[in-house]
Design a protein around this ligand. Structure first.
Ligand SMILES: Nc1nc2c(ncn2[C@@H]2O[C@H](COP(=O)(O)OP(=O)(O)OP(=O)(O)O)[C@@H](O)[C@H]2O)c(=O)[nH]1
Ligand SMILES: [Mg+2]
Length: 380
């Protein structure tokens, strides 16, 4: 068995585990910088060792630099390099619409419903979305740049502060704010929404759960007393009920402007962002209690290969050894299930087969340390 033989789809590579332990020790002993240097060294060493890989039984060629896809990996889903932002035609409307609300009210579900694509991750657990996620809704008459955001909550960690900042950024960027609330919860308007100078629309979501729609009337009155909304629209992001009405309320308030993006583009963030999100979604689905919340995912390798499946390597960061043990499971069973599940979800999103490798690393207290969060790409 060669060194290259022990990388399996969705499985933690033992060599990396060993290196990871060394890295953890280095981190504990000499602090973050030295540990990072060790991590970089380990990464360099690993890439030196990868002349060939076994993928589904076949040895694939060496990955060449020219096949390497960093940043935005564009295909028709994301628009392509030659796409040109069209000139302004009179009457065309374009603007930014922020979807704002408490965690779990259905913001990401609504964005996906508008886009008719599963772009944003959705789970039954609150605080699923952690970063502002942009989705572009195009028509011949308008372009709506949707901003899905993390739910606004009382921050307990630096991570929460970063999440709330992502949401307030979107709020400040917006031409129109859609304040999304659960129709079965008591009326409440977030202060940041009440203070926004942009036009506000209230979307009362999850009305599919309300048998008697007449019961909504007092709630509409309560919301009206709390803040000035230009429109209040009961919707179900899940079933689609009321969503067309909400769309027409948005379009009628969009400023007349040229489009911001080419008309065939639906997303702005690179594929590697969405792949990391999908892995995180599967962790939210497969693990319980603290595990989803103590986990962050970064795709650190994304290589498109002409004669083989795309090669994707994702690092799953956890805070402690015990979380790491749970994530990996006895004999690596849990991480294998996660790897397989995530690979299928990534393939369905990208519309092509991929080779997905997961590695688990410990980054102690990453949710509470500004430095760690910065390294993970949060704006601090
Ligand atoms: N019944 C019902 N469930 C919904 C509706 N919209 C969303 N949900 C469910 O509510 C849960 C949360 O949905 P998300 O779209 O992830 O909510 P979110 O506001 O983006 O949540 P965070 O990202 O955690 O802030 C999921 O289980 C959805 O399926 C709806 O209209 N009706
Ligand atoms: Mg969300």
């Amino acid at each position: 068995m060669t060194d290259a033989d022990d990388t399996h789809r969705g499985r933690v590579d033992n060599r990396d585990e060993v290196r990871e332990e060394a890295r953890d020790e280095a981190r504990d002993d000499v602090g973050d910088e030295a540990a990072d240097a060790a991590a970089d060294e380990a990464r360099d060493e690993r890439s030196d060792q990868e002349p060939a890989r076994e993928v589904g039984g076949e040895i694939v060629e060496e990955i060449s630099e020219s096949d390497s896809a960093t940043g935005s990996v564009l295909d028709d889903f994301f628009g392509d390099d030659e796409s040109v932002v069209p000139q302004h035609t009179p009457g065309f409307r374009a603007g930014y619409v922020a979807l704002i609300g408490r965690p779990n009210v259905g913001k990401s579900t609504l964005m996906n419903r508008f886009l008719k694509e599963r772009l944003a991750i959705v789970t039954a657990k609150p605080q699923t979305t952690r970063r502002k996620t942009l989705g572009i809704l195009n028509s011949s008459e308008y372009q709506i740049v949707l901003l899905d955001t993390p739910g606004i909550m009382e921050p307990r960690y630096d991570l929460h502060e970063a999440m709330v900042r992502e949401a307030t950024d979107a709020l400040n960027q917006a031409d129109i704010v859609v304040f999304l609330a659960d129709a079965s919860a008591p009326a409440e308007v977030l202060p940041a929404v009440a203070a926004s100078t942009a036009p506000r629309i209230l979307a009362l979501n999850k009305v599919d759960r309300i048998g008697d729609k007449g019961a909504l009337l007092p709630l509409l009155g309560e919301y009206g007393a709390l803040a000035d909304f230009q429109a209040i629209v009961p919707i179900s992001a899940l079933s689609g009920e009321g969503v067309d009405k909400l769309l027409s309320e948005l379009v009628s308030r969009l400023p007349e402007a040229p489009p911001f993006y080419p008309p065939d583009q639906i997303a702005e963030q690179p594929e590697r962002f969405f792949v990391a999100e999908i892995v995180r979604e599967r962790i939210f689905e497969l693990y319980d209690q603290e595990i989803p919340y103590s986990t962050e995912v970064i795709v650190d390798t994304f290589q498109e290969r002409k004669k083989a499946k795309d090669f994707i390597e994702a690092v799953v960061y956890v805070e402690s050894d015990s979380q790491k043990a749970i994530l990996i499971g006895k004999g690596g069973r849990a991480i294998r299930v996660l790897g397989e599940d995530a690979r299928e979800a990534v393939e369905s999103f990208l519309g092509r087969e991929v080779f997905l490798s997961l590695r688990v690393k410990r980054m102690p207290k990453w949710r509470k340390k500004a430095g760690a969060l910065k390294k993970l790409g949060y704006r601090m």
